[in-house]
Design a protein around this ligand. Structure first.
Ligand code: HEM
Length: 376
């Protein structure tokens, strides 16, 4: 299934072919930013970015948008709930005798509710595709899964619930991770004006006096790529990767760990380890990546924002292409600032994180875009 997803949705060539969708959705965000800028109003950037990632993934994987604007109300809220639940600690999974605790604290009920909403939503998506048939202009990922189901050409059978789960996997794997990476990138850049300026200078050198920074132009932007690496180092959206279960007994640093043990890999802590990253490991310094040959493929275990090995994220290309071009456009035409906070500590507010399998900003990023002088 993973290789099918790669060939039909997440591979380099497929990702490239969706450039127009990305451009349209980024432009739709830019329109909102223009309005805010003209009237000196703030935007809830976190909200706008979640919507954008959601729309891009829905359009590419499911053929159309399924966001609030399309009247499928509350969808993002449901998504947030799933993420929280996936990151919660089901006591019963670890100590079966204490499973009653999950019932008492309402975890079981919440899981059932969210699961029901999602099954209903995904069933609607699949049924719509069955009803439309293949006689339409665009052939999307759900159509491809239905074709595999009908033709049974891949040596295995898919039933309706497999199809629903694969769409869910792509959807959960792709939406909040991508949004949260851009959200943290904007947060860190706004809080580090010198890095923001360097990035803007780079983008404005490559892409002069145009309304849209293209994916072709973005390819050469070294500082932009360094910024994204540094954001994913400090705030990996999936800080504990996906849990693994040992398939055989292992001896590690004098400990015997038996087969079947569930293992969490703390990428967040690895990424902030001063032994590898130096005394300034906690600081945002994109420059450190300019001289490092690190990539996202998980071969260097000190840098694993997309995981490593057989379970590595299959959406690396999909995600980085969108993050790069979106970020480049948001900081190209606009300068950004946040309101000075009158009460409380700025760090606590801007750097606070949620809990969950994916870690987003705890509070939404509310920021003021203003047209950069060269655009006026
Ligand atoms: C910045 C964006 C993203 C980050 C940081 C990220 C991170 C991760 C991580 C850490 C894992 C677990 C890997 C492991 O445990 O070794 C994972 C798995 C996965 N990701 Fe991503 N991801 C991102 C974007 C995407 C996108 C855009 C998609 C699809 C459209 C996607 C689909 C998946 C899927 C399906 C899995 C499960 C793979 C498996 O179980 O074998 N991800 N991702």
């Amino acid at each position: 299934m993973k290789s099918l997803c790669t060939v039909h949705l997440l591979g380099k060539q497929m990702v490239r072919s969706f450039e127009k969708v990305r451009q349209e959705e980024i432009n739709s965000v830019m329109e909102k930013l223009e309005i805010a800028s003209s009237s000196s109003l703030p935007v809830n950037l976190s909200d706008v970015l979640l919507n954008m990632s959601n729309d891009v993934i829905c359009r590419i994987a499911m053929g159309r948008k399924y966001s609030r604007e399309e009247n499928t109300s509350n969808f993002e809220n449901q998504l947030r709930k799933v993420m929280e639940l996936l990151g919660s600690f089901p006591v019963g999974d670890y100590i079966p005798g204490l499973a009653w605790i999950d019932k008492v604290r309402g975890l079981d009920r919440k899981m059932e509710e969210v699961s029901k909403t999602f099954v209903e939503f995904l069933e609607r998506v699949v049924q719509e595709h069955v009803d439309e048939g293949e006689n339409k202009e665009t052939f999307d990922f759900v159509d491809m899964l239905l074709r595999i189901q009908r033709e049974k050409t891949n040596g295995f059978e898919l039933d309706r619930s497999d199809i629903r789960l694969i769409i869910l996997d792509i959807f959960l794997g792709g939406t909040t991770t991508t949004f949260t990476a851009i959200d943290w990138a904007m947060t860190l850049l706004i809080r580090h004006p010198e890095s923001m300026k360097k990035l803007q200078d780079e983008i404005r050198t490559y892409s002069r006096n145009k309304l849209y920074v293209s994916e072709e132009e973005v390819k050469n932007m070294k500082y932009l790529k360094a910024v994204i690496k540094e954001v994913l180092r400090l705030h990996p959206p999936g800080p504990l990767l996906i849990p693994r279960q040992l398939s055989e007994d292992v001896k590690l640093k004098g400990y015997d760990i038996v087969a079947g043990t569930m293992v969490f890999i703390n990428a967040w802590a690895i990424h902030r380890d001063i032994a590898k990253w130096g005394q300034d490991a906690e600081e945002f310094k994109p420059e450190r990546h300019l001289d490092l040959p690190l990539n996202f493929q998980g071969q260097d275990f000190n840098f694993i924002p997309f995981g490593s090995g057989r379970r590595i994220c299959p959406g690396i290309n999909f995600a980085t292409t969108l993050i790069e071009v979106a970020l480049a456009n948001f900081v190209y035409r606009f300068n950004w600032r946040v309101e000075n906070r009158l009460l409380g500590d700025d760090d606590e507010y801007y750097l606070a994180e949620t809990t969950g399998i994916e870690v987003c900003r705890k509070f939404p990023l509310i920021a003021f875009p203003s047209f950069a002088s060269f655009t006026i």
